[in-house]
Design a binder for this molecule. Structure first.
Ligand code: ZN
Length: 463
């Protein structure tokens, strides 16, 4: 083994085959795991006490919405809904410049790392500056990449195509103008960015793409642009919001005669590079069709609950063999444990039974949910993460077995404690590409980032 690798000896680690004791890993200078076993090198290895688990990919983020968390929890209309919340979100979106987006995103990403997310897919449609022409590359795309680099989180930027206000190619409304990109410019900017990325060879950053929704991009354009993206990068992750709201499903049926997931399936574009965000109002046939396409569904439970979207039928989808992952979306909660806990609790409340989403071979719900979401998230981000194995990036969390939340927990039950027993405070360290970005519960940027964020929030709150 070359001396340029760093070695770690774990007391306990969750490997793809299950929990293992006294395991050594070697990490190269790019942050990739190059060897793993009982004893893999003559060089000394740093002892890591505690329970080591794969870091969680956050498959759906709109970073700027972190500035809205907690600010819309009062009655403002006779019938508050997703759509009235969206008006508040648009007001915020139209106030922010790129530097402010960077400040908010840095804070969101630091919070993610402290909560156990080690990488994030940023679904970004706030392309245009407020009072200027779009630069090349778009300044906002760079600002988000800088925020991710500063925070030290793995990052997949998903520049998002947004062209219409509603089904039937309705023109954008004034408050949506910052989102507009034509297909040609979208493909050109992506092509340029991906070429630059290939030259730079970053271990933690990559580019995918998204279509905002079938409201914002018609199915014909989606099919055509998806084919062009595939020619640029056959492995490019591609995301789309779909079937989040019952009203959206009805409007799609009225305009096109088909339900949105049906329409998406008919484009023939779906495959295992795709991530379908929400699918809250998918029926059983649609869930089975998505599962067999190989696409992954991103469930954003806390956001879906906060916006009153509806229940996702996770049991039916799991029975169909579907892959899934999680995302903190609007950032009403930035905590993978909370997403997973409420995903399980929704199923328990509906069935009036306990233990809904255990695996066939994994009886521990926390372990099963964590591993499934981490593996699905890795696919959604198009990054080699989600498992602790040779060829994967060194992204992991160290849980402190001496924390009260983990008191008396065997390794096999550690993730049950983390997800259901208030274990977030037991995340002692968070490692991304071999870098200890959170050590002993502290992130190096947390003071300056929260200071800049608080000052910005005060300015935005001023009349
Ligand atoms: Zn979203």
């Amino acid at each position: 083994m070359r001396a340029s690798t760093q070695g770690y000896r774990f007391d306990w680690v969750l490997l793809p085959r299950g929990w293992a004791q006294d395991v050594e890993v070697r990490v190269d200078q790019a942050g990739m795991i190059v060897a793993l076993g009982e004893s893999v090198a003559a060089e000394p290895a740093r002892r890591v006490r505690g329970y080591v688990v794969p870091g969680m990919p956050n498959a759906h983020s709109h970073a700027f919405q972190r500035a809205l968390a907690g600010k819309t929890e009062f009655r403002a209309h006779a019938k508050d809904s997703f759509w009235t919340w969206r008006s508040a979100m648009y007001r915020l979106a139209n106030r922010l410049d790129e530097e402010q987006m960077r400040i908010i995103a840095t804070q969101a990403y630091v919070e993610m790392l402290k909560a156990g997310y080690t990488s994030v897919a940023e679904f970004h449609y706030l392309h245009r500056p407020r009072e200027a022409e779009l630069s090349s590359p778009p300044r906002s795309w760079q600002a988000l990449g800088e925020a991710a680099r500063d925070a030290g989180i793995g990052f997949t930027l998903l520049p998002t195509l947004y062209q219409h206000a509603d089904f039937g190619a309705a023109p954008l409304r004034a408050e949506q103008r910052r989102f507009q990109l034509d297909s040609e410019r979208f493909v050109e900017e992506l092509e340029r960015r991906i070429a630059a990325e290939r030259r730079a060879g970053s271990a933690t950053q990559r580019t995918g793409a998204a279509f905002h929704s079938l409201r914002a991009v018609d199915a014909g354009t989606l099919r055509e642009v998806a084919a062009r993206l595939r020619a640029i990068d056959p492995q490019m992750p591609v995301h789309v919001h779909v079937a989040e709201q019952a009203l959206e499903v009805r409007a799609c049926q009225r305009a096109t005669g088909a339900r949105p997931i049906e329409l998406l399936l008919r484009t023939g574009a779906l495959d295992d590079r795709w991530c379908l965000v929400h699918c809250t109002h998918a029926n059983r046939e649609e869930l089975a069709a998505i599962a067999s396409s190989g696409a992954v569904i991103c469930i954003a439970t806390t956001t879906e609950a906060n916006l009153g979207d509806g229940f996702f039928d996770a049991r039916a989808y799991a029975r169909a063999g579907g892959r899934w992952c999680i995302g903190s979306d609007s950032h009403i909660g930035i905590d993978p444990s909370e997403e997973l806990r409420w995903l399980e609790y929704e199923q328990r409340l509906r069935r009036r039974r306990r233990i809904a989403l255990a695996g066939e071979e994994e009886p521990h719900v926390g372990t099963h949910l964590w591993r499934t979401a981490a593996q699905g998230g890795a696919r959604a981000l198009g990054q080699p993460v989600g498992e602790i194995a040779v060829g994967r990036r060194a992204d992991w969390l160290v849980l402190d077995p001496d924390h009260p939340a983990l008191a008396g927990a065997s390794p096999q039950a550690a993730l049950d404690h983390l997800v259901f027993g208030g274990g977030r405070a037991a995340i002692r360290d968070c490692v991304v590409a071999g870098q200890w970005v959170v050590a002993d519960g502290r992130h190096a940027l947390e003071q300056p980032s929260s200071g800049a964020f608080s000052a910005l929030m005060q300015r935005l709150a001023a009349p």
